[in-house]
Design a protein around this ligand. Structure first.
Ligand code: HEC
Length: 113
């Protein structure tokens, strides 16, 4: 019985560690690949972000985009013209794959708090 308890305790601790490591990886990716335009805080108050009228990721307006919309932007890029402002984002399918894409979407949902 003790051994079983010890085993589950270890499993929980190890799982916790790997989940934390995964979050760190996504945070690093966001800060290196996305923050030039979106800002580390997601507010878009960077030189490039302002130039392209990038929306605040914490705003309801941004957050009303569905997971599918976000996924599409990450994998296929984003191109639009809004009030004469060109908005362009490259595809990040080489940097973010499979579960990383979903983890990144989750990361961006955290900004709304
Ligand atoms: C070169 C600048 C630039 C970089 C780098 C960039 N983006 Fe964007 N992103 C934009 C612009 C411009 C828009 C469109 C305006 C807006 O939605 O605020 C946009 C929109 C988005 C959207 C909204 C899509 C929608 O349909 O609602 C998401 C999600 C997004 N970006 C995620 C990311 C992620 C994740 C990264 C990093 C892997 C990233 N962006 C890197 C410029 C950039």
């Amino acid at each position: 019985m003790k051994r079983v308890l010890m085993g589950s305790f270890l499993a929980v601790v190890l799982f916790g560690f790997s989940a934390q490591a995964a979050d760190k990886k996504i945070e690093r990716l966001f800060n290196s690949k996305c923050s030039a335009c979106h800002g580390k805080d997601g507010k878009g108050q960077t030189e490039k972000g302002k130039k392209m009228a990038v929306r605040d990721m914490a705003s309801p307006e941004f957050q009303k985009g569905t997971d599918e919309d976000f996924k599409k932007a990450i994998l296929e890029g984003f191109k639009a013209e809004k009030d004469g402002v060109k908005q362009e984002m490259d595809s990040f399918k080489e940097d973010l794959k499979g579960p990383d894409v979903d983890a990144m979407i989750k990361y961006m949902r955290e900004f709304k708090k």
